[in-house]
Design a binder for this molecule. Structure first.
Ligand SMILES: CC(C)(COP(=O)(O)OP(=O)(O)OC[C@H]1O[C@@H](n2cnc3c(N)ncnc32)[C@H](O)[C@@H]1OP(=O)(O)O)[C@@H](O)C(=O)NCCC(=O)NCCS
Length: 137
């Protein structure tokens, strides 16, 4: 297993990976353009785990200058429960802590019990007094 950051050569592999491994409900479909923009804007944010050259885990550790957000935490079903998410998150949190942030957040769908187990085991707690408001542009 190796860990590192994604590059433009990974775009196709990332899209295919998220189709089988990601939480895909209630969000826009991933596109190569969107991934390319993300890699261009913040090349170190997209952290990947690879096994035999293949992507088996991802997390995006994003910092916009104000807040630190985590996105696209996912592990290939065949590779789950081996600590890959925990290691991805260790790296993501180290990156975000280096920016001096005081808090890190992630969005989790209410019915995603697997995701909630993971966040809870990593010390994240649910903020039930906030609701996300969105508008498509
Ligand atoms: C959630 C997910 C990323 C976990 O990846 P993983 O590599 O299997 O997780 P880890 O092996 O690092 O497990 C870390 C901890 O999470 C919790 N956890 C992980 N899988 C779990 C499961 N199936 N049931 C209960 N708890 C679980 C455990 O506390 C685990 O620690 P432990 O193994 O010491 O008990 C993976 O299941 C996944 O990709 N799910 C689909 C995408 C998704 O929902 N992502 C989260 C979006 S919010």
């Amino acid at each position: 297993m190796s860990y590192g950051t994604a590059t433009r050569d990974d775009i196709g592999g990332l899209i295919a990976f998220w189709q089988v491994a990601g939480e895909n409900d209630g969000r826009p479909v991933d596109t190569p353009d969107a991934v390319a923009r993300q890699l261009e804007r913040d090349p170190d944010a997209l952290i990947v785990a690879r096994a035999e050259g293949r992507i088996v885990g991802t997390v995006i550790a994003g910092y916009d200058g104000w807040r630190a957000h985590l996105y696209r935490l996912a592990v290939l079903p065949s590779h789950r429960r081996r600590g890959i998410a925990r290691e991805l998150m260790r790296r993501a949190e180290a990156r975000l802590a280096a920016f001096g942030v005081s808090r890190i957040d992630a969005m989790v769908l209410e019915h995603n019990e697997l995701g909630q187990s993971l966040w809870s085991s990593l010390g994240y707690t649910q903020q039930s007094d906030w609701r996300r408001w969105v508008r498509g542009v």
